[in-house]
Structures are given as structure tokens and as C-alpha cells.
Write a protein that binds this ligand. Structure first.
Ligand code: ADP
Length: 503
């Protein structure tokens, strides 16, 4: 269980990073704080306490927005220096990850509940500059060329599917001269990219969806995810293979309508969904159910319809619905409940609809859902989520792998014994381990800046702050961070999986 203390510690870290101008880390920490707060708030039912926390959430969101803006402004200059993009043409999207110095932290930067408000320019010009323009950008391409100007070149227009496919093949990462020479040709291709047009439906809603939910480059690969071999294998079989060889998965072998990932929070369910989308280069629709039921109040069912329509249009697609339990949740006000109910009915209708569609080769749409509260999911929805996979807490071996992944960008004292630390992290989730690593890697910096004023902190040489992480740092981090999943919860998952699981 998340505690207020942990949240405040994370917030302190975010602020500390901001103070020393480490905005990219600060951003990640703010996102982490907001994510923790979100989870924490779900456990509060008393209205006055809830209001109090909502206030805090608003304030932190504002703070985060400011830091983000600052960071984006700096990023803008950085990009300009590299000569990629002329000033004035670059736009930032929620799914466009800034270049980070600490690779371990970039895994957590994508809370669908915390979206940047669209800038007026972005909004007005969206038709010509939406994220969709580079939907077919291959993930691998962006991996090696993050600041690829093609990602931000503006586009509109339509073209046939055949053409879409041919472009897909041609887009490969390369920095060779001959490839660079060809860039104008590629750019031209991209300007002709297939574009979703909504017929008679609310266009603005479609724009919003494209901007906020279509995620081109989740950029998480199987190898970025520690452990979970069985889950990866099952997902490959249930989702990836039907996408790769749709002809085979017809009739009795039709793909599952939906796959549900069940497990304690922070075990990598979102990462797995992203990896699925990355590994089979599908268009990734990243939706959180609480977003569907709150952010677009009144428009929610339309939104669900549009979501599926878009997914079919851009097929093959993966629709990832996080926190799917909240669609069935009885928490909150009456109206919230009513909205959830309507969204859920629409979702059921749409999921039934994709079965027929999936028979068409190359047009597969896969629904991938995740929940930390499977027992809240009612029968109708559960039935549509035919395949149910358990995502467990990491094993000993997995914990060590997680430590390695998390610490790959920081210097480690040679004395540090990761196997020992992994042993001590028994019962910790992947996210808990990430928090421990983050905390440990900040310890020396914290000691250095303790009691100093911001101007003094600014003057500290970078080398003095960037010291190797020691065993002591880990010990301190371990004292501060507790596991977030209780053994009672684990028993509950086990029981549910025994009854309803299908892996
Ligand atoms: P969930 O969706 O299950 O709540 P996430 O996929 O959002 O969990 O994971 C939260 C964070 O925890 C990730 O951003 C990552 O830093 C870390 N994490 C969790 N599990 C793993 C894993 N198996 N491998 C690598 N990182 C992980």
C-alpha cells in the first residue's frame, strides 16, 4: 500500500531535481508522484479527505506542468543546436519522449491520466500536424533517431493501404550518407500518409483521440522487461502471432477478443502492452478507463466508438485499456457510475464487433486490458476478455535483472552486490524496485546538497553530485521504501486466477 510519506518523499525528490536544474529527472519524478497519488487516492473513500488530496494533486500537477514547460523549452534549444528542426516547427506530443540522461527513468513517463494541455497552436493546426502523421514510423527507427525531423514534419492527405505498406518497409533507421541523401524523398512519402477522417462524427473528439491516445512509439522491447518470461510467451501467442500471421488465426483459431493482464500494481503490465505494440509494430492506442469515464464526460461512449473505428482504420492495432476495473467500479458519485456503465456497454458492443473484423487478414485489432483489481470486473466484461494472464511479482532472478535494468545508466560502486540486494527485495514489485534504485541513486546528491541554498547548489560541480551508488545508499533506500503489495493481496490474486484465470 502506498503511503502519504512515500508520496511526499517522491515529491521532495522531484523538487530537489528541479532545484538543481535536472528537469528531465524531475519530470519523471513528478509523473511518478502523480501516479502514486492517483493510486493512493483510490484507497480513500471519505469525501473530505479525498478533497484534500485532490487539492494537493492539482497543485502538484501545476508544478509538474511548469517543470515540463521549462524542460521542453530547453529541449527545443537542444534540438535546434543539433540542426534537426527549424525553430518554430517543432511540436511536442505526449508520446514523444524527451531525450533523457537516465535511461532507467524513462520507463515511467507515461501516465495517461496526466496529460499536457494542448497549446492553442497545436490544437488549431492539428489537422495538419497531429501525431498521426508519423503513425507508421517504425519504432526501431525512432529508437536510433529520436529527434528525427520526420517525426515532426507536417502532413495531411490520404492514400491507399497498398501505399501505406510500401512506405512502412522503406522507413528504416539509418544515418548513412546515402540514406540522408534520400531524405527529401522519404519526407514526401510521409506527407502522403493515410489519415483518419471521421465521417459525421465529432471531429474535435477524433482530433483529441489522435493527439492523446494514439501512441506511435511506445518503444519498449521485450528485453527492457525483466523476468515475466511466461507472460511474454503467452502474450506472444495470444497477441503477437495473430498479428504476424493473420491467415492462420481464422475460424476456430481466431485470435482472442481480448486479453486481460491481472496482477499487483507496478509489475510491468503497461510495459508489456507497450512491448506488444512495439514488437509487432502496431498502432498503439493507450487508454486508461478512468480517462474514458472522466476526462471526456458526456462524450465517453462516442469516444469508445471512435476509438475502435480508428483502431480498425489504422489496423493492425493494439488497444490497451489500463485500469479496466474502474469501468465496473462502484466508487465515486452516481454520475460517475452512470458514465462508466454507458462506456462499458459501448465497450462490450465494440469488442463483439472486432471479432468479425479480425477475420480480415491484416486488419487485426487486439484489445489488451490490465487491472490490479480483477475481482471488480463484472461477468460481461470478463467474458470478453477471454484470455487472462497473471503478471506476478518478480522472482529473485527477475529482481536482480530489474536492478540491472534500472541501474544501467548510473555508476555503481564495485562493492555493490546486486544479488544480495535482490534477495532483500523479496515481495517488492518492479515499480517498488525502480523506486528503490531511484532513491539510492539520489542519496549521495542529497547528502551533498543538504542545507545548501539553491544558488549554492547551482554552483556545485556536476562530478561532485554524480558519485557511484554505494551499498550504503541502497541500505538507506531500502529503509525508506517498503513493498507496496501485501501478502493478503497476493492470496486474493491467486484465488481469482484459480477461479477465472486462463493462462
Ligand atoms: P503496472 O502497469 O503493472 O502497474 P507498469 O508497467 O506501469 O506497472 O510498471 C511501472 C514501472 O515499474 C515501470 O515503469 C518500470 O519502471 C517498473 N517495472 C515494473 N515491472 C518491470 C519489469 N518487469 N521490468 C522492468 N521494469 C519494470
Amino acid at each position: 500500500m502506498m503511503t502519504a510519506l512515500e508520496i511526499s518523499q517522491n515529491l521532495t525528490l522531484a523538487r530537489e531535481n528541479t532545484m538543481i536544474g535536472n528537469y528531465q529527472n524531475a519530470e519523471v519524478l513528478y509523473i511518478g508522484t502523480l501516479e502514486m497519488l492517483n493510486r493512493f487516492m483510490k484507497t480513500i473513500s471519505e469525501p473530505s479527505r479525498r478533497n484534500h488530496w485532490e487539492e494537493a494533486q492539482k497543485k502538484i500537477s501545476l508544478e509538474y506542468e511548469k517543470v515540463k514547460q521549462l524542460s521542453q523549452t530547453l529541449q527545443f534549444f537542444r534540438v535546434k543546436t543539433k540542426g534537426d528542426i527549424p525553430i518554430g516547427t517543432r511540436r511536442f506530443y505526449r508520446d514523444e519522449q524527451p531525450v533523457r540522461d537516465t535511461g532507467d527513468l524513462n520507463l515511467n513517463d507515461d501516465d495517461p491520466d496526466v496529460w499536457a494541455p494542448p497549446t492553442p497552436v497545436e490544437h488549431n493546426n492539428f489537422r495538419g500536424n497531429g501525431p498521426n502523421k508519423s503513425r507508421i514510423s517504425n519504432v526501431k527507427k525512432v529508437d536510433t533517431k529520436r529527434k528525427d525531423s520526420r517525426v515532426v514534419s507536417s502532413t495531411t492527405g490520404r492514400r491507399s493501404d497498398a501505399k501505406l505498406k510500401s512506405t512502412k518497409k522503406e522507413e528504416r533507421p539509418s544515418s548513412s550518407k546515402s540514406d540522408r541523401d534520400q531524405e527529401p524523398v522519404e519526407k514526401k512519402e510521409e506527407t502522403e500518409e493515410k489519415k483518419f477522417e471521421c465521417h459525421g462524427m465529432d471531429r474535435e473528439l477524433a482530433d483529441t483521440l489522435e493527439r492523446d491516445i494514439v501512441q506511435k512509439n511506445p518503444n519498449i522491447k521485450w528485453d527492457d522487461i525483466a523476468d515475466l518470461h511466461e507472460a511474454k510467451r503467452l502474450l506472444e501467442e495470444a497477441v503477437v502471432l495473430p498479428m504476424l500471421m493473420p491467415e492462420f488465426f481464422t475460424g476456430i483459431r481466431r485470435p482472442w477478443k481480448g486479453v486481460l493482464m491481472v496482477g499487483p500494481p507496478g509489475t510491468g503490465k503497461t510495459m508489456l502492452a507497450k512491448a506488444v505494440a512495439t514488437e509487432c509494430s502496431t498502432t498503439f492506442f493507450n487508454v486508461s478507463s478512468s480517462t474514458l469515464t472522466s476526462k471526456y464526460r458526456g462524450e465517453s461512449e462516442k469516444m469508445v466508438r471512435l476509438l475502435f473505428e480508428m483502431a480498425r482504420f489504422y489496423a493492425p492495432s493494439t488497444i490497451f485499456i489500463d485500469e479496466i476495473d474502474s469501468l465496473c467500479s462502484r466508487r465515486g458519485s452516481e454520475s460517475e457510475h452512470e458514465a462508466s456503465r454507458r462506456v462499458k456497454s459501448e465497450l462490450l458492443v465494440q469488442m463483439d464487433g472486432i471479432t468479425a473484423n479480425n477475420e480480415e487478414p491484416g486488419k487485426v485489432v487486439m484489445v489488451l486490458a490490465a487491472t490490479n483489481f480483477p475481482w471488480d470486473i463484472d461477468e460481461a466484461l470478463r467474458r470478453r476478455l477471454e484470455k487472462r494472464i497473471y503478471i506476478p511479482l518478480p522472482s529473485l532472478e527477475g529482481r536482480e535483472a530489474l536492478l540491472r535494468i534500472n541501474l544501467r545508466e548510473v555508476k555503481l560502486d564495485p562493492e555493490v552486490n546486486l544479488a544480495d540486494i535482490a534477495e532483500k527485495l523479496d515481495g517488492f514489485s518492479g515499480a517498488d524496485i525502480t523506486n528503490v534504485c531511484r532513491d539510492a541513486s539520489m542519496m549521495s546528491m542529497r547528502r551533498k546538497i543538504f542545507g545548501l541554498r539553491p544558488d549554492q547548489i547551482k554552483q556545485l560541480p556536476k562530478e561532485e553530485l554524480d558519485l557511484p551508488v554505494t551499498t550504503r545508499d541502497f541500505q538507506e533506500a531500502l529503509m525508506k521504501n517498503n513493498k507496496s503489495v501485501s501478502s493478503e493481496d497476493l492470496v486474493k490474486y491467486e484465488k481469482w486466477m484459480n477461479e477465472f484465470g486462463s493462462s
